[in-house]
Design a protein around this ligand. Structure first.
Ligand code: T4K
Length: 391
């Protein structure tokens, strides 16, 4: 790692990049390799690779216990888990979602010929604004999907009240919120069900993977049927279904990473606190905070660049990229500006001013176990130099 002290040391000014090897947002955290290899040996010995094997069953139990929820239905990824949950809840017509989320939240609906209707977010929490949700309800609305963005709980009570008042189903995309709590209650216990993602880039991964967690036993049973073609027994199909199964080797990775989870959260928290400390006081720069009275996974280090900053968000990103620091613009430009939604609702942005502003101001910084304190200091120094000196 090269030391950067002045604007002359910046790669955008012709110097060598700060890092030879690129720093990523979403570098996988990996638990004990030896434990994983042992599990893989067990899988080979059993010759049981998929279809609700013993590792998946153990993994489901541990995820359910961790979240204090009755049922966990493990799936091949978070997107298929969303699709299955949406179908199992019987959503149709229009469903209200934020546009400020990963595209999978909207695609899981449109993939099933359901119209995602985008509601604006609260500019401070980045989560759905309940008043905006109310404004988007029409006679065709059947549900609301809240997203616990960055792992910080969505306004669960307000959304539940709206759903109850209008006879709508409420579920949550909890892809960011593994191991988090909201209002003192673990994620997994809100709405009809909540969907987790264990993608490689998530702080907790099963290579690829996802799950639906719910306290509704009947709903869980329906989803178990749906993830396995509707089979209830050999040669007996009782329900439409797809292939949403988690494989054994993914569950093995999950078991290993569950054992490592406290260390990952500690590393994320340490990095987050360092970013908070080193970036505070810079004009127009703020680092998104977490409520320390809740359980957080701190997996996203989110910086916002306001118009008070002497340089633009994109200039900061360009400077970081030149140093081989692949900071990201998540979730720019917002789902409503991506296809097919952009063509379907070309004027959606008029109703989404906060979404537009937040999407234009966010920079997500690298964190996780592959980032040590020195690296976080180096990333922060680059940001400080570019903001203070406008090179
Ligand atoms: N809902 C929400 C709110 C979500 O955030 C997501 C997923 C979902 C639903 C859907 O869940 P899944 O179906 O994915 O389980 C990533 C992920 O692909 C996606 O899972 C995730 N959200 C989203 C936030 O981020 P990208 O576009 O950032 O991925 P990519 O390929 O650019 O990778 C990010 C960085 O990580 C790269 O710089 C390289 C590095 N990387 C990536 C992989 C895959 C590694 O170092 N190793 C790896 O194995 O989307």
């Amino acid at each position: 790692m090269k030391k950067i002290q002045t604007t002359r040391d910046l790669a955008i000014n012709g110097a060598l990049p700060a890092f030879e090897e690129t720093l990523h947002v979403g570098r996988p955290n990996i638990g004990s390799r030896d434990a994983f290899m042992k599990y893989v040996g067990d899988i080979f010995d059993r010759r049981w690779l998929s279809n609700n094997g013993p590792m998946v069953q153990e993994f489901e139990k541990r995820v359910a216990d961790l979240h204090g929820v009755k049922n966990c239905v493990a799936m091949c990824n978070g997107t298929v888990a969303l699709e299955i949950a949406i179908r199992a809840l019987g959503l149709e017509g229009e469903v209200i979602v934020p546009s400020y989320t990963f595209i999978a939240t909207a695609h899981a609906l449109s993939w099933q010929a359901i119209t995602p209707v985008f509601a604006d977010i609260d500019p401070v929490t980045h989560n759905l604004d309940p008043d905006a949700v109310r404004r988007m309800i029409t006679p065709r609305t059947t549900g609301i999907i809240g997203v616990h963005l960055w792992g910080r709980g969505a306004p669960v009570d307000e959304l539940q009240a709206i759903a109850d008042e209008h006879g709508l189903k409420l579920m949550f995309d909890a892809a960011h919120a593994f191991g988090c709590s909201c209002k003192g209650k673990m994620i997994g216990n809100f709405g009809a069900c909540e969907v987790l993602s264990f993608h490689a880039t998530k702080f907790f991964n099963t290579f690829e993977g996802g799950a639906v967690v719910t306290n509704d036993g009947d709903l869980a049973e329906t989803m178990r049927l749906m993830r396995n073609f509707g089979f209830v027994a050999m040669d007996k199909v009782v329900h439409p279904g797809t292939n949403g199964k988690m494989i054994e080797v993914a569950a093995a990775m999950g078991l290993v990473n569950l054992d490592a989870i406290d260390g990952v959260i500690a590393a994320n928290r340490r990095n987050h606190q360092t970013y908070l400390k080193l970036l505070s006081g810079l004009p127009g720069i703020s680092v998104l905070a977490f409520d320390d009275t809740e359980r957080n996974n701190y997996q996203y280090a989110v910086m916002e660049v306001s118009e008070k900053c002497p340089v633009t968000r994109d200039q900061i990103i360009e400077t970081l990229h030149a140093e081989n620091i692949r900071a990201r613009k998540y979730f720019w430009p917002g789902c409503h500006n991506m296809q097919p939604y952009r063509d379907l609702y070309p004027h959606a942005g008029l109703l989404l001013p906060n979404t537009q502003r937040v999407a234009d101001s966010v920079v997500v910084l690298p964190t996780g176990t592959t980032m040590d304190d020195e690296m976080v200091h180096a990333v922060s120094t680059v940001i400080r130099i570019v903001v203070e000196n406008r090179p």
